[in-house]
Structure formats: structure tokens, C-alpha cells
Design a protein around this ligand. Structure first.
Ligand SMILES: NC(=O)c1ccc[n+]([C@@H]2O[C@H](COP(=O)([O-])OP(=O)(O)OC[C@H]3O[C@@H](n4cnc5c(N)ncnc54)[C@H](OP(=O)(O)O)[C@@H]3O)[C@@H](O)[C@H]2O)c1
Length: 301
């Protein structure tokens, strides 16, 4: 593990301090000079080979080395009933156990987090436990913050010794019918004639006053020819509305708090009423970030 502290020095340059996982200094770069790149220097020719998808591949003859591993079994939940509550409960439970393990652990062991039905590895397989799927999201962030310490395994129960898989140098694994599968990115081939159908009718964009919502709204108009937009945030953004109208779109602004179910239902009811415009699509980009590294997360966050 190489940890890097990045600071700006007086001359405006960037300095880097390099240390190992225990904080022992390894080196220092006094000045890193960055030069602007012009558009011409970048190859901006559109390519059609930059789309990838995830494929689960069988790991041929896994040969794990023995490592010291603890197991955290994630309790099963079902997707019936109150899904958000089940997700919150599962995440809070795993978070607490993860934080306890990190505090107690001696820095050389690994933690194997075991789920069932959290990922679909192909074919007709479905995710059967949405709470466990959310746990994968949490753990994958934890893996970025604590590299080589945590291993995620989604199992169908066909292999006994999951701790033995912790030494495989693979952060995420699935066990299906006694085989060990690993996720790999593979190129997606898109047929040359593949094109999105034209969008007719209004598209609702929440969080339109924010960074992502604004980008999405512009992209819908310029790249997909959307001509009718309904933009939602709590506070209006007149500059965006003007800009989109100049690009030829018809834009309605609806100031609405999307956490207010009644207000949102009234807005959607208006748009989907039999004599209303109908809705061609929804992009939900409203949100408020309150995040932090694993050690500072709370169940509420
Ligand atoms: N930017 C990124 O790179 C990035 C990457 C990954 C994920 N995200 C997530 O994507 C979401 C949007 O990101 P952003 O960067 O665009 O954030 P942002 O610039 O802060 O914009 C958030 C937008 O959501 C609106 N909003 C917040 N709460 C709302 C509510 N209750 N009802 C209606 N509108 C509401 C805000 O407007 P008002 O305050 O006026 O309502 C604002 O227009 C966030 O949840 C963020 O965590 C962002």
C-alpha cells in the first residue's frame, strides 16, 4: 500500500509525500508540474470500442495460499416487504461489524464477507437479496479504503471452506455449483446500426439545478434531441432554463421537494393525467451527499 499526501506549495506547484500503510515516509516529490492539454493533443475521434460489461468467469484450478481470515456472514433477507428498511438494517449491521473488525484486527488478517443472492453471475440467475446487493456496494468501497484486507464472496453454499479463498488475490468472488467465479470486464460489441429510438414526450429530470442534473438535461437536448423537459429541484435555475430554451427545447420548471411524497405525487399526477403530456422518461439526479470514510460512517449516513 502506498499512501500519498498531496499539498499545494507556495509557487502553485503540487508536492507529494509518499508513505507506506503504517505512515513510514518512503519519498517526497517537491514539485509536480502539470501542463494544460489542448483539445488537439487529445485524440477525440469517437470510437465504438469503449463500452464494457461485467462477465463472471470460472477461475481455472484456484490455488489459494493460506492466509489468516475471519468470516462475516451476512444474514439473509428477502426482497418482499419493506426493501429500504431491510437494506438499511443489513448495511448498519455490516458497518458495525466491519468497524469492530478494523479496530480489533492486527493488520495482517483478512475479512471474508459472505453473502447469498447478492449478485447475478449470468444466464437466468437473478439477484434474490437486494439488501445483500447493497452490502456489496458498501464492501467494495471499504475494499478501496483498505486494499487487500477484505474479500467478498457470494455463495450458493456449494463450497465448504470459504476462508481458503481469501488467499486467491481476488477481491470479489462467487461460488456456483462448486466452481469459483471471478468478475472480469469484457468488451461489449454494439451493432453498427444500433440507435436509440427518438424520444417523444417530456422527460423529467430531478436535481436539474445541480451539476449532474444540468449535464443530463443538456445532454438530452443536444445528443438525443429531447425537445420537452420538466426540470425539478427545490430552487429554480433560470440560467439553465434559458440556455436549454436557446438550444430549442421547451422547458418547464417545477419547484418540488422530491422527499415530499405528496408534492411529488401531485407533480407526476399532473404530468401523467389523461389530458396531460405523459412522460417519456425520468432521470433522477437529485441528492445530497453526506459521506465519509468507513471509520467515520454511521448507520444514519
Ligand atoms: N457529481 C458527481 O460526480 C457524482 C458522482 C456520483 C454520485 N453523485 C450523486 O448524484 C447526486 C447529484 O449530484 P450533483 O453533483 O449533481 O449534486 P449537486 O450539484 O449538489 O446537485 C444536487 C441537486 O439536487 C437538488 N436536490 C437536493 N435535494 C433535493 C430534494 N429533496 N428535492 C428536489 N431536489 C433536490 C438540488 O437542488 P435544491 O437544493 O435546489 O433542491 C440540486 O439541484 C447526488 O446524490 C450525488 O451524491 C454525484
Amino acid at each position: 500500500v502506498l499512501r500519498t499526501r498531496i499539498t499545494t506549495n507556495r509557487g502553485g506547484g503540487i508536492a507529494l509525500d509518499l508513505a507506506d500503510a503504517t505512515g513510514t515516509p518512503l519519498g517526497r516529490i517537491d514539485t509536480l508540474t502539470l501542463r494544460p492539454v489542448t483539445a488537439e493533443q487529445l485524440d477525440t475521434t469517437p470510437t465504438h470500442d469503449s463500452l464494457f460489461h461485467l462477465d463472471w468467469r470460472t477461475l481455472p484450478a484456484p490455488n489459494p495460499s493460506t492466509v489468516n481470515a475471519d468470516i462475516l456472514e451476512v444474514a439473509a433477507s428477502t426482497i418482499d416487504g419493506d426493501v429500504p428498511a431491510a437494506v438499511q438494517t443489513a448495511l448498519a449491521d455490516v458497518l458495525v461489524q466491519l468497524q469492530e473488525w478494523l479496530t480489533a484486527d492486527e493488520q495482517d488478517g483478512r475479512l471474508v464477507v459472505v453473502t447469498r443472492g447478492a449478485v447475478a453471475t449470468g444466464g437466468t440467475e437473478q439477484v434474490t437479496d437486494l439488501a445483500a446487493a447493497a452490502v456489496w456496494g458498501l464492501i467494495r468501497s471499504a475494499q478501496s479504503e483498505h486494499p487487500d484486507r477484505i474479500v467478498l464472496i457470494d455463495t450458493d453454499g456449494s463450497l465448504e471452506d470459504l476462508a481458503a479463498l481469501a488467499g486467491l488475490d481476488e477481491p470479489q468472488l462467487a461460488v456456483r455449483a462448486g466452481e469459483v467465479l471471478v468478475p472480469r470486464l469484457v468488451r461489449t460489441t454494439v451493432p453498427a446500426e444500433a440507435a436509440l429510438p427518438p424520444v417523444t414526450g417530456p422527460v423529467l429530470v430531478t436535481g436539474a439545478g445541480g451539476a449532474l442534473g444540468g449535464l443530463v438535461a443538456r445532454h438530452l437536448v443536444t445528443a438525443h434531441g429531447v425537445r420537452d423537459l420538466v426540470l425539478v429541484s427545490r430552487r429554480p435555475s433560470t440560467t439553465l432554463v434559458e440556455e436549454l430554451r436557446e438550444l430549442g427545447a421547451e422547458v418547464r420548471w417545477a419547484s418540488c421537494d422530491v422527499t415530499d411524497r405528496d408534492a411529488l405525487a401531485a407533480l407526476i399526477g399532473e404530468l401523467t393525467a389523461s389530458d396531460g403530456p405523459g412522460l417519456a422518461g425520468v432521470v433522477h439526479a437529485a441528492g445530497v451527499v453526506d459521506d465519509g470514510v468507513l471509520e467515520s460512517l454511521t448507520p444514519e449516513r
